[in-house]
Design a protein around this ligand. Sequence first.
Ligand SMILES: Cc1cc2nc3c(=O)[nH]c(=O)nc-3n(C[C@H](O)[C@H](O)[C@H](O)COP(=O)(O)OP(=O)(O)OC[C@H]3O[C@@H](n4cnc5c(N)ncnc54)[C@H](O)[C@@H]3O)c2cc1C
Length: 393
Amino acid sequence: MNYKFNVMLVQNKQIAIVGGGPGGLTLARLLQLQGVDVKVYERDINKDARVQGSPLDLHEHSGLAAIRKAGLLDAFKNNFMPGADKTNILNERAEVFFSDHETKQIENFGDEHFRPEIDRGVLRKILLESIQPDTIVWDSHFVSMEKQGEGWLLHFKNKASVYADIVIAADGANSKIRPHLTDIKPFYSGITMLEGNVYDAEKSVPNVSAILRGGKIMAFGNEQNILMGQKANNEIGFYASFKTDENWPVTSGLNFSDKTEVLEWFKKEYPEWSSIWYELFENVSGSFIPRPIYCMPLDQTWNALPNLTMLGDAAHVMPPFAGEGVNMAMLDALELSECLTSDDHASIHDAISVYETNMRARASFMAKESLDNGEKMHSATALTTMLDFFSGH
Ligand SMILES: Cc1cc2nc3c(=O)[nH]c(=O)nc-3n(C[C@H](O)[C@H](O)[C@H](O)COP(=O)(O)OP(=O)(O)OC[C@H]3O[C@@H](n4cnc5c(N)ncnc54)[C@H](O)[C@@H]3O)c2cc1C
């Protein structure tokens, strides 16, 4: 049945988005464009909190579609990192087997194979500047919530509790709100990534920088990887990625703030790898961050509620090996905003149900691809498989 109503479902409703990552902020922007009353509760202390993690490549039909709908394509074009999507594929000895530095176009918006890279902090800044002042309530670490009337009373670590008619969980992979919708938990993918960040990269890691050339490096050998990408401000983010137990961060016994100890670990565990990689470990800023990689079950489902839903990693964390996580989070925001503000649904409950059904199917497809890529990239034939893949594009 096709319902048509004149009054927007969420008119006069207070919406609380918990989490000011790319998913939550995109949703806030899209809802505000429709005149919806929305607040974002974010645990970071303020807008200057450093955003961790690799740069993000946005895809034409998901991340960039949301950026377009949010009216932010020009801001994106002014702030993305031209050339950062150019890739070199190496073996463990740092021999280059593939490079698209000379052939790839710098800018090709509208082409579905063009995946422009943007620094996470820069993307957050663009989104923050696009929402109305005071939309985001910093230093709001959500801890729990309970039903109150038709909505929810939300409690935070350092702030007074607030009421919202509708709550949207955008609080990432370890969502504290998700258990109000389902008990289903993510499973460990078998892969852990050890993240390091290097500042002033051209000076501090000159040999690796000369290969990176402001783009990406993917190095494969012995079922292990080193993956890295250019970030803003001459920073490099890199990951040593390998198969291990879920509890490796503890059982390894490593002190992740001790560079020398981690370098010794690398030399021992990546014995075939060239010494050119050592400069990365020697020049890490701050601590290494071990990241066991998780994925939501592909067949997860739950019953829709009339006043609560979730998006992004809270709903469907997946391994990063297809570069889809942020794109799915932003597409969730786009589709959820459309469902909540369209006049095609009889109730908010229906709108949420339609959104969740589509979102689960889409995310499951991408999660499968991400798991499969993770297997390929950590297999004995990773280098040839990835060379075949990249040569075909
Ligand atoms: C190692 C690694 C590499 C990745 N590389 C890529 C990539 O190349 N491409 C890609 O598309 N994706 C990548 N991803 C995945 C991507 O980072 C996520 O899919 C994306 O950030 C999800 O966005 P989100 O808004 O749902 O959640 P998040 O980005 O996790 O944002 C959640 C926000 O909620 C806040 N928050 C958390 N808990 C609370 C709380 N209790 N109260 C209040 N606020 C809270 C957090 O501070 C954060 O701001 C990678 C992930 C990892 C781990």
